[in-house]
Every structure is written in structure tokens, then in C-alpha cells.
Write a protein that binds this ligand. Sequence first.
Ligand code: F6P
Length: 568
Amino acid sequence: MASSTLISDTEQWKELKAHVADIKKTHLRDLLRDDARSQSMTVEFDGILLDYSRQQATLETVGKLFKLAEAASLKQKIGRMYNGEHINSTENRSVLHVALRASRDAVIQSDGKNVVPDVWKVLDKIKEFSERVRSGSWVGATGKQLKDVVAIGIGGSFLGPLFVHTALQTDPEASESSRGRQLRFLANVDPIDVARNITGLNPETTLVVVVSKTFTTAETMLNARTLREWISSALGPSAVAKHMVAVSTNLTLVEKFGIDPNNAFAFWDWVGGRYSVCSAVGVLPLSLQYGFPVIEKFLKGASSIDQHVHSEPFERNIPVLLGLLSVWNVSFLGYPARAILPYSQALEKLAPHIQQVSMESNGKGVSIDGVPLPFEAGEIDFGEPGTNGQHSFYQLIHQGRVIPCDFIGVVKSQQPVYLKGEVVSNHDELMSNFFAQPDALAYGKTPEQLQKENVPPHLVAHKTFTGNRPSVSLLLPSLNAYNIGQLLAIYEHRVAVQGFIWNINSFDQWGVELGKSLATQVRKQLNASHTKKEPIQGFNFSTTTMLTRYLQASADIPADPPTHLPQI
Ligand code: F6P
């Protein structure tokens, strides 16, 4: 496919469109009778099992999806990513998050330079620094050990690290190595988030890590100034050097802010924000909490999937299969959403992270060449851990709209519980639901079955489940740092695969800019109205009315208020 051709103009896309009619005639109840089909829709790699037999797809569908992949030059595009070509064309950048977890001896080039030595230079610096902080050889301004870390950052500088932190908290090895330590995340510019994060913390024992790729993000910089004030008002301005470090690509702005560049941990413009958890963005705060050796295992898990994506034939390539099936669901079957349903409370922050990875990457309206797309790209991601979600939104998934689901299960619980006399262990109880839900969605329940069960006639329609609702199941052997890295990389690559097929740029995010610039206009107005009583101007009737009400209600705030920090 020439790069300016829309994928929807190709014969392969049209063939899949025509094929939808064949699939609409099938029902998963019948498709699942074919064991050979199910067997060939099960793939295993490095301990992870993917079962996609509950997709509304036949082997013919999968064959046609592989042809679409060929038409989209998927293999070449993956290769171009790994080769450091500037595939993020609107920002003229390479996309090399795979280099962040490459082994020390790997060679990955960006602009003619092997970037792996630079990656390891920063990893070594993190290892050394985190060991000094954890051992107490780096102490705060009053000589006390820094046991608590607040990581300030938002979006990609927050969600990935939060996901990994939440997933590791209950892993026995990670929890043992984090004993006596705390890691908190300050993301929202809402002062309530500041209050929540500093409550119970003592500046003397707290290290603040400011994480921002650009070091210009309004929310992060105001939160950083707020915590700088929190530290310096308690310990004096010179304490900032001992209590604040930074992670950024913009070391000039880090220094301007007042953080010693020696205490800054670099990353590079070839790392997209939402793909940055394996850079210092995640590795620094997570190593401070869990120790570098645990986080190195996480990187190795991600690296294992990187190699799999790059070299495995598509028939057995987990992220490629998942990506193609998502395209099938979104663009051909017309299902715009996807539910991410991990049967592990430790994965409670997976869906919020994937929301950004997926929706900021693929929520685009034009092809990579700027041609408006005649089809919808991207999908609406949401999710909750099972079984909580079952008691929340599963009703809609079972009897309302069709939402393709990702069921994620774990064989060995991080925290097994057995009670004498119970029918099964607590983890078995959880996993009973993991195994049951995909079949409930696929098979449904017919009026005939209900009649046989003597359901009163007036309830039959209400109790009928149409079934034929697609899902994939991913079974992980356990949930240690390595497996968490694998899971992260599976999702990152799956999203990239979808973008490569849709021929969009999955690595820019121009859609977030307009709101930011309008907020600047409002910020200026609020300042002018507060300080100089200037009238509201330049806004439409609706915004003017709301602003007037807001300003009237806050008229008691002095024009130049003294510093005030949360008091809870
Ligand atoms: O929301 C837009 C965005 O640019 C994200 O892509 C990014 O992850 C986030 O803001 C934070 O940016 P930074 O790391 O530069 O502060």
C-alpha cells in the first residue's frame, strides 16, 4: 500500500467488509463447538496464554486479517519502529520505547546513534541513586532518612508508574523490599490532590520527584512549585537540593526550576509520554520504592515481549493478533468500545493506564498523511477488576450493548488465602468468575432454555441472553514484576499494531492542545479580574456567565493572597 493510500481503499479491507455478512450469520455458541478452531485460536508465549476463540471470527476471518496486515505493511512498519526511523512524522521523531528495556549489549539506532548506552547510563545512575536513598547514605536536609517519595507528574508521567506501583504493592518480593517506604503520586492540579498527598508526610523524610517530559506541563509545574514551597517553608530554601529531584528530557528547565542537574534523570524525545514508564519516568520512583533489582525484572518482562513482537510470525504473535482482532471489532463489526477486565485487584490501575496508551494514541481523525479517515479509528477503553465490575457495568455487557472484553487472569495469586472448610480457595473463587464470564457472554441463554427451567412467561424476555458477545482471555502464570512488564508491553504493542493498520500516527497527540491554550486564556482573565478587577471579555455568553458567577463567589479572596498550603 502506498503511504498516501487509505487502508479502507484496499481490496483486503473491502474483502473483510464483505466477509462481515458471513460472520453475522454465525453464533459463538456454534463456533465454539469446533475444537480444532478453538485450538488454533490459542497461542502461548513465555508463560502467557492467549485464547481468542471467543471472537466473532472464523479461521477465514483471521486469514483475511493477516492479508490486511500485509496490505498495511505491518511487518515493515514494526521494523521501521525498531530501526529508529522517524515514524512519528508530525513531530519528526523516532519511537523507541523498546530501547528502554533492551539488554545492555543491544544496538538500537536513532539518528545514526546507538541509544542503548545512554539508556543504561541513566539506569545505572538510577540504581546508584535509589540505593543511596534506600540505604540512608543520601539523607534529607536535617539528616533524616528519606522514606517517603511523592512523584509529581500527569498523563504518561503518572499513569504507567501508578499502574506498575499498584500491581507490585502486593507482590511478595516487591512488598518485602518496600517495607517501611511509601510512594505517592500527585497528578491533578486540584489542590485537593496536594492535600491528599502531603497529609501524614513530614518534609524532613520526603523526597519529591518531579516527572515531566517537557517540564512545561501547567499542572505538574504548579504542583512542583507547591511542594517546593512545602519543603522550603518547613526546612529552608537550601533543603530543596536534598529533597527534590527531576525526570525530564528538558534539563535546562529542570535547572531553571532550581533542581541540581546532577539530580536530574534524563530521557529522550524518542520516548512518547504514554510509552515512558520504562524510562526514568517510572524506573526512578519505582526503584526508590522497590529497589532497582525488582524493577529490572519488570524491564526484562517488557523486553521479552518486544522480541516476540519483532520476530514471531503473526500467527503466533500475541500483540499482533490482539491488535488485528481489535481492528476487526472496531472497523468491521462496528463495536466502538473495549472493556479491560483483569481478575486481579493488583491490576486495578491497568485500565486507567491503557485508556491513555490507547485513546491518546489512536483517537485520531486523519491518516498519517493528513487525509480525513472515512472510518472511525481508536476505541473507547474502560474497565475495572473482576469481580467488582460484574456488580457494576456487566449488566450492559451481557444484555445491552456489545462490548468486546479483555479478560485477564492470573494462575497463581500474589496473596493466596485458604480457609479451612471452604469449597475453594479465595483465588479459585475469583478465577471461577474469570472462567465463567467469557462463556456467559459467548453462549448466552435462549428462551427455550428458560422455558425448560419453568421461568414464568412474562420474565422470559427479560432473562434471555442473546450471547454471541466477543472476548479474549489472557492467562498469566503469576503477577510478579516480570509478568507486569510483559502485560504492559503486550498492550503497548497491540495499540501500535492497531495504529499501523489504520495508517494513523499513534505517537502524536495534537488533540490535547486546544483545551490547554483555551485554559491559558481563562487563566489570564482570572488573574486580570482578581488583581485589576478587569471585566470579562473575549468569551461567549455561556462562559462569561459561568466566569461571572465564579468570580463573584470568590470576590472575598484578596488580590495578592499570602501563601497558604493545605491544612489537613
Ligand atoms: O496530556 C497531554 C500530555 O502531553 C501527555 O501526552 C503527556 O503524557 C502528559 O501531557 C504529560 O506531559 P509531560 O510529561 O511533558 O509533563
